[in-house]
Design a protein around this ligand. Sequence first.
Ligand code: GTP
Ligand code: MG
Length: 611
Amino acid sequence: MSISQPRHIALAGNPNCGKTSLFNQLTGSRQKVGNYAGVTVERKVGFFNTPRNTPIRVLDLPGAYSLSSTSPDEDITRDICLGRHPAEQQPDLLIGVIAASNLRLHLRFLLELKQIGRPVIVALNMMDEAEKAGLTIDVEGLSAALDMPVIPIVSLHKQGIAPLLAQLDAEITPPSPLPENTNFHVEVRRLIEEFVKQPATPRERLTDQLDRWTLHPVFGPLILLGILFIMFQTVFAWAQPIMDALGNGLNALGAWLLAPLPDGMLHSLLADGVVAGAGTVVVFLPQILILFLWIITLEESGYLPRAAFLLDRVMAMAGLSGRSFIPLLSSFACAIPGIMAARTIQNPRDRLVTILIAPLMTCSARLPVYTLLIGAFVPRHTVLGFMNLQGLVLFGLYAAAIISGIIAARIMTHGVASQEHPLLLELPPYRRPLLRSVALGLWQRAVMFLSRVGTIIVSLNVLLWGLSSFPLPPAHAAGAAIDYSIAGRIGHLMQPIFAPLGFNWQICVALIPGLAAREVAISSLATVYAIGTTDDDAGDKLLPILSSQWSMATAFALLAWYVYAPQCISTLAVMRRETRSLKVVLGAAAYLFGLAYLAAFLTHYITLKTL
Ligand SMILES: Nc1nc2c(ncn2[C@@H]2O[C@H](COP(=O)(O)OP(=O)(O)OP(=O)(O)O)[C@@H](O)[C@H]2O)c(=O)[nH]1
Ligand SMILES: [Mg+2]
């Protein structure tokens, strides 16, 4: 079979060889790229035209070590490449992406692609790294031996993209398959011996020098702890001045916008529902961006798999393997990609347990709740001359969640060791994060956060405003107007259930819309307190209101509640999709709410007794 106009193509290759980077170059998309195996866990579709204007539909596939895969992400790649996927036709042509700097591993999978019987173009990526390592590759010889066109590229830049595109316009026939009894390992060794010239004395890589420290049995864990510690310190220390300025700016803007409006329902809707609600959450943008600056830098640098390696023993205590580390770490950004990343885990039990404890890893949506309460109740002291007490408390909340996750996993696995394939965790070379991609990642985060505020948070707050304002109180009502409203009544009804945790009725009201997304609890509190007072700009005074009206025990109990409570409908929905089981979701919600209640109760009790 020969085809002159391939329309459906797919990018296939080992994990971390640069498929998504190439996909982004070809299609102009901005799919997530990172320096560790298993960034892409589902197929992504893109479109572009070749120089001769042939429209192409291209798939970016999850990385795979072989076509006889056993993990859910690799299954997708195998099924698509072999034409077994229920929703995707077999590609007319495959682009086999391999890293020139890692041929020993990547050529093996390429040989499997060759056996499929479809035309394959080889994108020989990371030529820059191969050059730095002093490798010389006989591209033409390799191409002839493989019986496939080989195009050297650097998919970080445009290098080699034009010849690759031109190749898509050329007529390509499927490569002649290798004899059936070929030993792929032997064949790979032969290809490398014949076509790759290594430098006489291999250069010591910076990566190896760094690894001597970062993987050191003593210094390694200390460095990891140090990085995490600095991360939480900076989330407070760097963000505070920007947040203060942003808060003042937003207040001024709100006041200016609302000034021409006469008092009344519309004024209240905008002031208490929209400005107070959205304003209180937007202020946290700098903190979220600083957290993501760290997460993106760690992802791009190649440090994550090292951390996974270091924590392998800790994971073993939980009955899991190092494989679970990256899904869990991703959950610190948001549990949704974290739960999806669990597709890289082959063992079904490990995968399920990882999914079940992922919501315990502190996602960024908890940050506003934590910061607000810490800001109101923990003094801005310096401890031991250099540590910020607020940052320390934040660090403690994250640590509590991690330790709880380990204990929960241990209980779920009964401490039975993981049966996960003792996979050699691939350690990619360290790469300096590109300023461009860090900036792009932050920009995407900022847009995501602001659109969340603009859509879900504002709409829930307007709804809450309605529920908190109506029905209007009777003419000579004695109490506050909000007490007569639907929300007020619901809050009072719920309060006895939460009284042992020290939650007042306002918190109970905020918890309901807070089920949709965690930050909404903050904006809801702002709205409830804004409506509940006659003060015009109570919204921007949430912090002083809380510190004067709540006890320390209540605030700490709410913090403890948020460490555990699964208050995010999207997370539960993704859990259901990934496990295909409602029972799992209900079980997860039950155990997490149970933990939240217990932790909040104990925190409240202990704080009351000790302070
Ligand atoms: N130096 C160099 N780095 C590259 C090149 N192409 C990609 N990278 C880096 O390699 C890492 C992996 O890139 P991705 O595009 O995410 O790789 P992938 O094959 O999609 O990985 P998975 O989705 O995990 O299978 C990232 O850190 C990229 O910035 C290249 O040509 N040169
Ligand atoms: Mg990818």
